[in-house]
Write a protein that binds this ligand. Structure first.
Ligand SMILES: N[C@@H](CCC(=O)N[C@@H](CS)C(=O)NCC(=O)O)C(=O)O
Length: 210
């Protein structure tokens, strides 16, 4: 049996692979690495992931970073669950979603809003960068709202895209967006997904409001 270890931060994007591990129901170990306290910046963690970010997955000691790669690795542990999509086209759609969510919504949108220092050394520029981040987030949420058909994002079945979308829905609430009024499809999707056993288990384990 593969030894599985996940480094995560409560309420962070690492929630998505945390749900996937509950989904495949294999035993795994979690290492809480709260980014709010800078636990990701320690020397010990930097040796595990020099990028100083969560999530990190270790499979029999093999370190894997980057959410789409981690999701693919978890899916490979339980291929019959088809967590990265069942048909070849569904698999393409899963990667299309994952790359966009990871690169544009997370990296640019929430990156600009929460980590403006990644984009400029000039603190005077931070407010403008944060504003741009909010615009990117709203643009992405509008696209999600138009694209999302319940109950799942791809192929009428649960895939890795679904818990990743839930992360951003929760972050939308955290930054004060009126999610249910502005994004009814996305809200119904998030509500339905929140009833899933794997999601409830990961939420209870992370014990976070974000
Ligand atoms: N491209 C990475 C992004 C990971 C990432 O930015 N994680 C955040 C938490 S949601 C983090 O570790 N932030 C810590 C920091 O920026 O110091 C991925 O997809 O895994």
């Amino acid at each position: 049996m593969t030894n599985i270890k996940l480094w995560h931060s409560p309420g962070a994007c690492s929630f998505a692979p945390h749900v996937l591990l509950h989904e495949i129901a294999a035993p795994f170990e979690v290492v809480e690495t709260p980014v709010s306290t800078g636990a990701n910046l320690t020397e010990a963690f930097s040796r595990i992931n020099p990028k100083q970010r969560v999530p990190v997955l270790a499979l029999d000691g093999e370190i894997i970073t980057e959410l789409p790669a981690i999701a693919t690795a978890i899916s490979g542990l339980s291929p019959d669950r088809h967590l990265m999509g069942r048909t070849p086209l569904d698999q393409v759609r899963v990667y299309e979603w994952m790359n966009w969510l990871s690169g544009t919504l997370h990296g640019q949108g929430f990156g600009c809003l929460w980590r403006p220092a990644r984009f400029s050394d000039d603190e005077q520029a931070f407010d403008g960068i944060k504003t741009k981040g909010r615009q990117t987030i709203s643009g992405c949420f509008a696209m999600i709202e138009a694209k999302l058909r319940q109950p799942f994002a791809v192929g009428g079945a649960f895939t890795a895209v679904d818990p990743f979308l839930l992360v951003f829905y929760r972050w939308g609430t955290a930054i004060g967006l009126e999610m249910s009024a502005s994004y009814p499809q996305y809200s119904a999707f998030a509500l339905a997904l929140s009833q899933r056993v794997s999601v409830k288990s990961a939420l209870a384990a992370e014990n976070t409001t974000r």
